[in-house]
Design a protein around this ligand. Structure first.
Ligand code: DQQ
Length: 531
């Protein structure tokens, strides 16, 4: 399926995904001169009609003016009334300050919006007094409220307090900073690539960015630079009082879109299928020398739909249905027992590029181990007990990108614990044996899944795509993305297994798996203006 949107050069952050007149646009940060991040960052631009096949276009924004001469960083697209897209983006100006600039399409009748022109009066938002020059960036998509004013958030910090500065404008040119930020939290460090959008309280459909009222809650996502983690809060936004009250206080245990390598995400509303779509930057886990050798670095995650869980406590994320365009060779079976210490190869599909859904049934759960409450950081539990460490119920799950002798394997698995009167479901993604190569980041990731194994089966969906593995536990309640670089388990020598290293047997109640065909990515095509 390969999501490399850059054949050469370093890709990171994709500032502004958007839909416009039948075309999906993906803008992303790009260094055209080499595979590593640099101080000459451009906005690259790809387009798609189905969010699967992407055609690269010419670079959309280059660092050419005093207000962005030292790089064009993240920002967002907004569709103004009259169906007019605009971009707000962070420029590093000639004084090395981060300022916010406006750009608009040169020619709205070009279906691919290939050329963008910068407002000559840039920057439209200058660095606020008292904020450091490199602490003010990544303007969000704007939203319009009843008073006819647009609003955006700009990420910032002051003395390690993370800040979402709120700005208002009537004409999208003149912006004034609201006295108090939409939200700030001490001790988090800078908030990068913020995102602020409504979600329906009672529907899986997406909501356009400016919808307000009692039928929506608002999600505020902030990226913590110090941890490269995207956290999100669900809360109530009142434009009249210009404040946002999260349902629960922000801590480092706050919910994250993804507990693996998944950062600087942005969402947009897709009016074609009435959904909110999320995409993120998935960075490398290899070294800079490796990136130079391979000539590129950085991937995009597979697009996800996201919506508010019916319990209104968290978001649900799920691969967009268009992935089915790439499915072939489905294999499936039901009610297969996985004895303790056993594996079951999933054959008949290309294990290096696959989509697999599996659900597990457990019995005599009362035998489950007690959770050791002295360690409650799920990632630490997963790191301490890898896929080979026997438990009662678990580890059971999938071995992706596995060599036939299992010396290489990326294990995505669950462990079930008893904790006071309830059960706890732990999900891990164990990269410790993902490659025989050294010098890689093989950090194991982990998180709890908010499901009750007494009431429902334990489900896992995993997308495998050569060096990227995206997993969705509990129907999309908990997601973990990893980057791995197997040396043997590649191409036709990659295998996929279901496994159970627990002492209790489990039953695979259902498994469906598909080969996933290669998408058309980065293939220059002669684009006729009428297409
Ligand atoms: N990296 C970008 C910034 C953003 C950060 C610069 C996110 O716009 O804040 O490449 O990793």
């Amino acid at each position: 399926m390969s999501r490399v949107l850059t054949n050469d050069g370093s890709m990171n952050m994709h500032p502004g995904p958007m839909y416009y007149n039948g075309v999906y646009h993906l803008f992303f940060q790009y260094n055209p001169f080499g595979p590593l991040f640099s101080n000459q960052i451009y906005w690259a631009h790809s387009v798609s009609h189905d969010l699967i096949n992407w055609t690269p276009l010419d670079l959309a924004i280059a660092p050419t003016e005093p207000f962005d001469i030292n790089s064009c960083w993240s920002g967002s697209a907004t569709i103004l009334p009259g169906n007019k897209p605009v971009i707000l983006y962070t420029g590093i100006n000639s004084d090395n300050q981060q300022v916010q600039n406006l750009a608009i399409p040169k020619n709205l009748s070009d279906p691919y919006l290939r050329e963008w022109v910068k407002y000559t009066g840039n920057p439209v938002v200058k660095l606020p007094d008292g904020i450091q020059p490199d602490d003010f960036r990544d303007p969000t998509t704007a939203w319009l409220t009843d008073d006819g004013k647009w609003r955006i958030i700009v990420g910032s910090q002051k003395d390690k307090t993370g800040i979402a500065f709120l700005y208002q404008s009537e004409d999208f040119i003149n912006w004034t900073k609201y006295d108090s930020p939409l939200l700030k939290v001490e001790g988090t460090g800078i908030w990068e690539c913020p995102d602020f959008f409504p979600v329906w309280v009672d529907s899986m459909n997406g909501v356009d960015t400016s919808v307000l009222g009692p039928k929506v809650r608002h999600v505020l996502k902030v990226g913590l630079f110090d941890y490269a983690r995207d956290y999100y809060m669900i809360g109530n936004y009142s434009p009249a009082k210009e404040n946002y009250v999260p349902q629960s206080e922000f801590t480092l245990g706050t919910l994250r879109y993804d507990y693996g390598k998944y950062y600087a995400s942005k969402s947009f509303f897709d009016p074609v299928k009435n959904r909110r779509i999320l995409m993120a930057w998935v960075n490398e886990s290899d070294s800079e020398a490796d990136d130079i050798a391979k000539g590129w670095s950085g991937l995009h995650s597979f697009p996800r739909s996201l919506w508010l869980d019916q319990n209104q406590k968290q978001l649900i994320q799920w691969p967009i249905e268009e992935i089915e365009l790439l499915h072939e060779n489905e294999v499936s079976f039901e009610d297969k027992k996985l004895e303790a210490g056993s594996t079951q190869e999933i054959e008949g599909i290309t294990a290096s590029q696959a989509d697999v859904k599996i659900s597990f049934k457990l019995t005599n759960l009362e035998e489950a181990e007690e959770l050791d409450h002295s360690v409650v950081d799920p990632q630490l539990i997963c790191s301490a007990k890898d896929a080979s460490t026997k438990g009662k119920f678990g580890p059971f799950g999938l071995l992706a990108l596995a060599s036939s002798d299992l010396t290489e394997q990326t294990a995505i698995f669950f462990r079930i614990y008893k904790s006071s009167e309830r059960y706890v479901v732990l999900m891990c993604s164990d990269q410790s044996r993902s490659s025989t190569r050294n010098g890689l980041d093989k950090t194991t990731y982990g998180a709890f899944v908010d499901i009750d194994p007494k009431q429902e089966e334990i489900s896992l969906r995993t997308l495998v795509d050569h060096s990227i593995v995206e997993s969705f536990g509990g129907g999309g309640k908990t997601c973990i993305t990893s980057r791995v670089y197997p040396t043997f388990a590649i191409g036709d020598d990659a295998h996929l297994f279901a496994f159970n290293n627990g002492t209790e047997s489990v039953v695979i109640s259902k498994l469906s798996a598909w080969s996933v065909k290669k998408a058309r990515i980065n293939i220059e095509e002669t684009i006729s203006c009428t297409s």
